[in-house]
Write a protein that binds this ligand. Structure first.
Ligand code: PGA
Length: 247
């Protein structure tokens, strides 16, 4: 546990869900309290709908991306300021699917993270190696270099969360060896401390990639794992809650 902060259990719904999925949000809100902090990040149009419903509940709602600018001529994009105004508490930036689908660079991810922090959001920055990079023995150097390029300058590093998500483990049912997760988290934490000093120890480092109710407890028991970023298994409240109660 990072500096006694509760674990963060974050759901990334990706391009899934609709208005009817409010019933999943209701189920999470109505479930017995857990120690972990809970966050669900639905597609943009659902953010205000879910945020209104979750208001005054322990469930926070976030978004999956934002534009670095506050407003302007950027067709199809959404600003961090608007998200904050609609009730979002957090924003994910630099997810590997955005890095791949939209060619997002570390530099762009850093500017998005800055925009998120500037708008008053918590920011989840994703890093992680591909299968080829791991096989070449470059997992650590890839994650370190993504971090270095993607981390914003801030005097409030505790508002940043880092998600370590090996690309090959996302949506595949594959999970790294627990010892590999431990090694990656230790290296990420060392880099955060180097970058932000003691305050860097406040930054939670989540594991993401095929986290399910069946493997959550063993992943959370790994030293340096401060929570999870969950895709598929976050779409159903029962699975999300089962993972949260393992934290
Ligand atoms: P997954 O996705 O849990 O479906 O593997 C994780 C993620 O992409 O954040």
């Amino acid at each position: 546990m990072t500096q006694n902060r509760p674990k963060l259990i974050a759901g990334n719904w990706k391009m899934n869900g609709n208005r009817a999925a409010l019933s999943e949000i209701d189920a999470i809100i109505e479930a017995p309290a857990v120690e972990a902090e809970l966050l669900i990040c639905p597609p943009f149009p659902l953010v205000p709908i879910f945020a209104d419903r979750a208001i005054a509940s322990p469930l926070a709602i976030g978004a999956q991306d934002c534009h670095p600018a506050e407003s302007g001529a950027h067709t199809g994009d959404v600003s961090a300021t608007l998200l904050r105004g609609l009730g979002a508490r957090a924003v994910i930036v630099g997810h590997s699917e955005r890095r791949a689908d939209h060619g997002e660079s570390d530099e762009l991810v850093r500017r998005k993270a800055e925009a998120g922090l500037g708008a008053g959001l918590e920011v989840i920055i994703c890093v992680g190696e591909t299968q080829i990079e791991r096989e070449a023995g470059n997992a650590l150097s890839v994650a370190r270099s993504q971090l270095e390029g993607s981390l914003p300058d801030t005097d409030q590093p505790q508002r940043i969360t880092v998600a370590y998500e090996p690309v090959w483990a996302i949506g595949t049912g594959l999970v790294p060896q627990l010892s590999d997760i431990e090694e990656m988290h230790a290296a990420i934490k060392a880099a955060l401390k180097e970058r932000f000093g003691e305050a860097g120890e406040m930054i939670r480092v989540l594991y993401g990639g095929s986290v399910k109710p069946a493997n959550a407890a063993e992943i959370f028991a790994v030293s340096g794992v401060d929570g999870a970023l969950i895709g598929g298994a976050s779409l159903k409240a029962v699975d999300f809650l089962a993972i949260a109660s393992a934290a």
